[in-house]
Design a protein around this ligand. Structure first.
Ligand code: ADP
Length: 304
């Protein structure tokens, strides 16, 4: 469990995190989502004592990081900082860390296996690919077998297999009852990994919801192209509910996007009336859209 109460961090005049409240529960994967500069990393640094709040508190399992007697056993962290000496091997890095935190040597081998680093564990970290570096970061976070795992953009730089592996690993940890928090600026990534999402924008919480609710909150759109678009449009509009049509932009009058009506229903209407379809595409109940509309006004430096 991670709890923030009135958490605030100022850098000079600027509030990077602005009076934020949330509770991150065990047994599920929670995503920290938001555009660059939203305050995700700052919040995570505050959780693990790498920065001090200007006001408010954040605790992990009821304790501030500075009060923990065995922090690596409480909370594992992957922040983007590359703190590993490039001349060291992955194994010696993990061994040194284990030794200073009284973690048994066999745990080093376990995390090397768990993160698929076996083949490169004795090589210099300086020669690691981004993906291998990321795996070592995750191995480091897991070393103390922590109950709480905090990962800042963990899939950055991973190949598709690596991305899948991280997702499965995090889901597995949540199923064991651990608290898992990861950040991403990509809604698509969250949709596939997280059960619950906290959306940040300009240092504030703009949404704190189960992912299923965010999806349900988005509207379904259907893109339709037909040589008889006008005719089809009039049939569609004669249906019940709040149906809205929008002509396709830059189109030749041969299509529209529809909201408030299911894709199947449009197909049925077309079939019943003998209308030719050139396209009938559901535009995914876009989580991306829901996210963009939540954060549109919150992006620090909007283009243009
Ligand atoms: P995110 O992780 O969501 O991209 P950050 O937490 O890194 O966002 O940054 C939030 C805001 O705080 C940004 O405006 C960033 O420029 C600012 N910021 C972060 N760290 C510092 C720092 N050490 N000094 C000054 N400003 C900072």
């Amino acid at each position: 469990m991670i709890e923030a109460r009135g958490l605030t961090k100022h850098y000079g005049q600027k509030a990077a995190v602005d009076n934020v409240n949330f509770t991150i529960k065990p047994g599920q994967v929670t995503g920290f989502l938001g555009p660059n500069g939203a305050g995700k990393s700052t919040s995570m640094r505050l959780m693990v004592g790498l920065d001090r709040p200007s006001s408010g508190t954040v605790t992990v399992n009821g304790q501030r990081y500075s009060e923990m007697s065995a922090p690596l056993a409480e909370v594992g962290v992957l922040l983007d900082a590359k703190g590993v000496h490039p001349g060291r091997s992955a194994r010696s890095h993990l061994r040194a860390l284990a030794a200073t935190h009284r973690i048994p040597e066999r745990r080093v081998n376990e995390v090397i296996e768990l993160t698929g680093l076996g083949a490169v564990a004795n090589k210099r970290v300086g020669g690691f690919s981004l993906g291998m570096g990321q795996r070592l970061g995750i191995a480091t976070a897991l070393l103390g077998d922590p109950k709480v795992i905090i990962l800042d953009e963990p899939v950055n730089g991973l190949d598709p297999d690596g991305v899948l592996w991280v997702r499965q690993l995090l889901r597995h940890f949540a199923s064991e009852g651990r608290t898992v928090l990861l950040s991403s600026h990509l809604m698509s990534e969250m949709a596939q990994t997280a059960d619950h999402v906290i959306v940040l924008g300009r240092g504030r919480v703009v949404a704190d919801d189960p992912i299923s609710e965010l999806i349900a909150g988005g509207e379904t759109k259907v893109r339709v192209r037909s040589p008889q678009a006008a005719q089809l449009a009039s049939y569609v509009m004669s249906g019940t509910g709040n149906i809205q049509l929008q002509p396709l932009e830059g189109g030749d009058g041969e299509g529209f996007t529809a909201t408030g009506i299911e894709v199947q229903r449009i197909g049925e209407i077309a079939a019943t009336n003998g209308i030719v379809l050139h396209e009938l595409t559901p535009i995914a109940t876009s989580l991306e859209d829901a996210y963009l509309s939540l954060t549109r006004s919150e992006v620090e430096y909007a283009a243009g």
